[in-house]
Design a protein around this ligand. Structure first.
Ligand code: NAX
Ligand code: K
Length: 460
């Protein structure tokens, strides 16, 4: 499990540890990890230069001490000070090993820029001088210290200018901005350096392959189709019969013992999946709304009447305020969540964590806000951010496959939060597998699911 903590949580853990260690020990640990990561990126190229952009706090201190270690290895290091006062001991140490302080216009072209402007003490946005310094070498990759400066560390929001890093080297634990878009995208590849912090429960987590493996229910010797769970799908419409096929394809990933289908696209569903049973009957979970058009509200009402968990997708989402249940998973994209909350789509995209939490709390349900990093939020405020997937997954019908998959996992016995977060992980992994770097359509994602699940469960 990847864990991300808030600034306050990190500060308390740091204070506790610092009280037991000699002064400056934590900064030295951070600087050593940062210098090692920078040296790795520079590789063996002789004469590669590093430019440090240094602000007034400890984030700049980390950068300066990393600069000391790099200079000792023979890397030419230059420093642009972006604050009147910078970490004085760090600066003196760097000067002592040959580091040069330069004015913005005097810097040599570097091979890497190190962003030590601000870290967890930073407010969103950047000063004009910082923007100017960052603009000097726009094509040179940036390594951000702890967080890309300018991002809102606890929310993942972007508000004004910010650093876009190729790599972010963070310390002790991930921060929320590393796992929540749009800030997460500005972090590039995140590299965690252990500095020995003792931390409480995380604010945001991200499942890894091992976590998903542990969640999935693998059939035992005495299981049969009914003990493995039946998932029912009410999806598709006269207008969108294909959505029924795709949603049932996700549901038919093999994780439930049986898939039922109720709706107007029965012929198309049966033609694609002869194993799917058409017609009403007992299920352990319903999936409703994918491509449902005007039929979606009725499908939601009928599904809720069964008293089993319901996954509401697409056209069903807008009706959940009128038709409530306390065992509901919603799978909106930003536009659908915006409609549900009566705000603009751009607002949701800019404040993904806030709005996903708001919907989960107000409607007391699980919300999977789909995006580059899908956020799954439980009504009690737990948050999981997904790290699998490829941009090629942004293709028509991919959401229908996901909704069916979530339903299959709920029917197999997972609660809505685990089912949605495991499904999102598997869906992204299947897309990556099917794509292998090239284009895909939604059917390819569904077709790749059993293989991804096989690799996962047979690997443990
Ligand atoms: N907390 C921890 O556990 C550790 C922290 N360390 C480092 O210390 C950093 C935190 O240091 P600080 O608390 O000194 O805070 P920062 O260095 O993140 O920033 C604080 C300084 O920046 C100024 N500032 C705030 N927002 C700004 C903005 N948008 N533009 C320009 N200046 C701005 C503040 O006035 C203050 O001078 C961490 O991010 C990390 O890099 C590490 O040394 C090791 C351990
Ligand atoms: K930084």
């Amino acid at each position: 499990m990847r864990r991300a903590h808030t600034v306050d949580q990190v500060r308390s853990a740091e204070a506790e540890l610092m009280a037991r260690l000699p002064g400056g020990a934590l900064m030295q640990r951070a600087a050593a990890g940062l210098a090692a990561a920078v040296a790795d990126l520079l590789g063996t190229s002789y004469g590669a230069r590093v430019l440090l952009l240094v602000g007034g706090g400890d984030n700049g201190g980390d950068a300066l001490y990393a600069g000391v270690l790099l200079a000792r290895r023979g890397v030419p290091v230059e420093v642009v000070r972006l604050s009147e006062h910078v970490h004085e001991a760090g600066l003196a140490a760097l000067r002592a090993v040959g580091g040069r302080v330069v004015a913005v216009g005097e810097a040599h072209r570097p091979d890497l820029v190190v962003d030590g402007i601000v870290g967890i003490g930073g407010r969103p946005g950047l000063s004009e001088r910082a923007v100017e310094a960052l603009g000097l070498f726009p094509d040179v990759p940036v390594v951000a210290v702890d967080t890309p400066s300018g991002v809102d560390v606890d929310t993942g929001r972007l508000d004004g200018a910010h650093v876009s890093a190729a790599v972010t080297v963070t310390f002790g634990t991930h921060k929320v901005a590393h796992l929540v878009d749009p800030a997460a995208e500005a972090c590039g590849v995140v590299h965690l350096v252990d500095i020995g912090l003792d931390l409480p429960d995380a604010a945001v987590t991200a499942l890894q392959a091992d976590d998903v493996r542990r969640l999935l229910r693998v059939p035992g010797p005495f299981d049969h189709k009914y003990t493995r769970g039946v998932v029912g799908v009410r999806a598709g419409s006269e207008r969108y019969p294909g959505a029924a096929v795709l949603c049932t394809s996700g549901a038919a990933c093999g994780m439930a013992g049986m898939v039922r289908y109720v709706g107007s696209a029965a012929d198309a569903v049966r033609a694609r999946h002869p194993e799917i049973v058409v017609g009403e009957g007992r299920v352990q979970a319903w999936v409703v709304g994918s491509g449902g058009s005007g039929d979606a509200e009725q499908a939601l009402v009928e599904s809720l009447a069964d008293g089993v968990p319901v996954v509401a997708d697409a056209d069903a989402i807008q009706h959940v305020r009128q038709h409530r249940s306390d065992d509901l998973v919603l799978t909106p994209h930003a536009g659908e969540l915006a409609r549900l909350l009566d705000v603009e789509r751009t607002e949701v995209e800019a404040n993904q964590l806030e709005y996903a939490k708001r919907a989960a709390g107000e409607l007391w349900c699980v919300v999977a806000l789909k995006g580059r990093r899908t956020l799954v939020v439980a009504p009690d405020g737990r948050v999981r951010s997904n790290g699998t997937g490829v941009p090629w997954l942004g293709t028509a019908g991919a959401g229908d496959v996901l909704a069916g998959l979530v339903g299959a996992l709920v029917a197999s016995g997972l609660d809505g939060f685990d089912a949605a977060s495991a499904a999102v992980w598997l869906h992204g992994a299947a897309a990556a597998e099917a794509s292998a770097g090239g284009p895909i359509v939604a059917s390819d994602v569904a077709a790749a699911l059993p293989g991804v699940i096989r690799d996962l469960v047979s690997d443990g």
